[in-house]
Design a protein around this ligand. Structure first.
Ligand code: HEC
Ligand SMILES: [Cu+2]
Length: 326
């Protein structure tokens, strides 16, 4: 019995503390503070739970004592004042002492000697647009950042309210149409993390996943400059090229080729790990499945089914899309 109880208690502790999306496995200063607040609250709640349980057992076990009505009133008053006023006041002050600096660390205030990198992220139903204004680079569904540099993330939405949250980097913020919210984050070591839209935004809200990758500063500079200097390969000749320019290009941008602005920028498509915001692996099979079956796989997404396009034309477009990698 005891063995099973210990095992049952151990499972959540072992299972939930690591992983690409765990707040208990922080990968940056803001996230570390959030985790500290969490552990503090967990500790206090555990003490309260044990304390209340002990009092409860004591109350059940002790012999009833006879008190006069006056004494009973005094005891009641003592409980109301200590449990109803003193205890909450002290706990809330303690929580604020932890919570306020944590919230403050995610506000993009100017800090001497720091040069934050601005990244603009726009939520769409149901994908992420990611833009680096200083270098003019745009990508989608991936958030690539340098290690050790503060990031000022400017958040907005093109349609409904979404919410940006990369638990291992720090707290979340809503993305509201017509407004720009800012949050300061930082990655303290290289690695792959995961973000997820955290405000219900429609049928495919669960398939709005953000691939987050922190690179060492040199690696990040290379990543950016490769994209700045990349010349997109020419469209396939003939009908396939025309189809892409006239249909797909209405929504999708490919630098130097099409200027669509309603859908993920495809300029560095082949270098991205997933398709449809984390829906499919971006490999040769995944790409072809996306082009043919995306309305079955991610029903209702804003890309119309293209059943009218011949298989061999779509195949030529797919083969060309696979060359879009700096
Ligand atoms: C009406 C606008 C529209 C048209 C036309 C359109 N798309 Fe899309 N496309 C989208 C949207 C919106 C998404 C994102 C869907 C999502 O993930 O929710 C998308 C996603 C994609 C993706 C995955 C991108 C990624 O990073 O996940 C590829 C590849 C793609 N489209 C290729 C094409 C091709 C090829 C054509 C032409 C045959 C085309 N699209 C036509 C709107 C469009
Ligand atoms: Cu959402």
């Amino acid at each position: 019995m005891i063995k099973w109880t210990i095992l049952a208690l151990a499972v959540p502790l072992l299972a939930a503390c690591s992983g690409p999306q765990s707040i208990l496995d922080p990968a940056g200063p803001a996230a570390r503070q959030v985790a500290t607040v969490w552990w503090f609250m967990f500790g206090v709640a555990s003490v309260v739970w044990v304390g209340v349980s002990l009092l409860w057992i004591y109350a059940l076990a002790r012999k009833p004592r006879h008190t006069s009505a006056k004494q009973a009133r005094a005891i009641n008053r003592r409980w109301v004042i200590s449990g109803g006023i003193v205890l909450p006041t002290v706990s809330i002050i303690l929580l604020l002492l932890f919570g306020v600096p944590t919230g403050r660390s995610m506000i993009p205030l100017p800090v001497e000697g720091q040069d934050p990198l601005v990244i603009e992220v726009t939520g769409h139903q149901w994908w992420w647009e990611v833009h680096y204004p200083e270098s003019g680079v745009t990508t989608a569904n991936q958030f690539i950042v340098p290690v050790g540099r503060p990031l000022d993330v400017h958040l907005t939405s093109a349609d409904v309210i979404h919410s940006f949250w990369v638990p291992r980097l720090g707290g979340k913020r809503d993305m509201v149409p017509g407004r720009i919210h800012e949050i300061r984050l930082e990655a303290s070591h290289a690695g792959v993390f995961r973000g997820q839209c955290s405000e219900f935004c429609g049928a495919q809200h669960t398939r709005m996943i953000l691939h987050v990758e922190a690179l060492e500063p040199e690696g990040f500079d290379t990543w950016l400059s490769e994209r700045q200097s990349f010349a997109s390969p020419a469209l396939p000749p003939g009908a396939a090229g025309e189809e892409f320019r006239d249909t797909c290009g209405q929504c999708h941008r490919v630098a130097g080729i099409t200027e669509g602005a309603r859908a993920p920028d495809l300029t560095d498509l082949a270098s991205r790990p997933t398709l449809g915001a984390g829906t499919l692996e971006n490999d040769s099979e995944g790409l072809r499945r996306w082009l043919r079956e995306h309305q079955d796989i991610k029903a209702g997404n804003a890309m119309p089914a293209h059943d009218d396009i011949d298989d061999d034309i779509l195949e030529q477009i797919a083969a060309w899309l696979e060359t879009l990698a700096p």
